[in-house]
Design a protein around this ligand. Structure first.
Ligand code: MN
Length: 245
């Protein structure tokens, strides 16, 4: 056992996550990296990104207490466990995206907590008070092209989010064919991960873990999903979209 562990640590210490991204999904889709530099990223050590709005500013759609616990407790816990797992395995990480893309080579702790950090960082930025309620620019055109109408897209995305069994996320991504696609991932997996069945570059993300809505909506996930459409930061979604094209 002892020598196995030593062997593992030896291998782990030479695994540089950032060194193995060529041919990656991000490169294939957009020829650039990192596509999305998430606030609060530092080499081998991640910190909680500040929310770009106050905890109560998404009321009445998402309540203050949920936002505060979700950001300062849940997201912080993912980051603490992620940093601990990085220290323990002695890997070298430049960006959270690279970690996600190479997650098949890493431990479950890195997968769950690395995913947790990436997903929540994205999620916060994709919400805002006083949303204009509708996609804009190139993303709006592309949604109309792929889904017919925004209303149809909304229905399909909402159905995907409602249909997730247990904890997970609903996504709008740009897939390998450079088309918009709706899909889901379980737990804290995301479409950047090499182990994900549903892959792509995230444009929109919706957290449907119970901790995201239970205080206000209890078991009524559909009500939370309906409310979320009122707080989407479509300007940020457009920024994400334009990073690919
Ligand atoms: Mn969450």
């Amino acid at each position: 056992m002892k020598s196995n562990r030593r062997e593992f640590l030896k291998n782990a210490s030479i695994l540089t996550v950032s060194g193995v991204v060529s041919g990656s999904l991000l490169n294939n889709i957009a020829n650039a990296k990192p596509l999305f530099s998430i606030d609060g990223v530092g080499k081998n050590h991640f910190v909680l990104p500040k929310l770009p709005y106050s905890y109560d500013s998404l009321e009445p759609f998402i309540d203050k207490q949920t936002m505060e616990i979700h950001h300062s407790k849940h997201h912080q816990a993912y980051i603490d466990k992620l940093n601990k797992a990085i220290d323990e395995t002695k890997i070298s990480v430049n960006t959270i995206e690279e970690l996600c893309e190479n997650v098949s080579k890493l431990s479950n702790a890195l997968r769950n907590n690395g995913g947790g950090h990436y997903n929540h960082s994205l999620f916060w930025k994709l919400m805002k008070p006083n949303s204009n309620g509708k996609p804009i620019g190139n993303l709006a055109d592309s949604i109309n092209k792929e889904f017919g109408t925004f209303e149809n897209f909304k229905l399909k995305f909402s159905d995907a989010a409602k249909g997730i069994f247990g904890s997970g996320w609903a996504w709008l991504v740009i897939n390998k064919s450079k088309k918009l696609e709706i899909g889901i991932t379980a737990n804290q997996d995301n479409p950047l991960m090499d182990i994900a069945e549903f892959k792509g570059y995230p444009i929109l993300a919706l957290d449907v873990w119970e901790h995201a809505y239970y205080l206000k909506y209890q078991n009524k996930r559909a009500d939370y999903i309906n409310a979320w459409w009122n707080v989407i930061n479509w300007e940020q979604a457009e920024v994400n979209f334009n990073k690919v094209f």
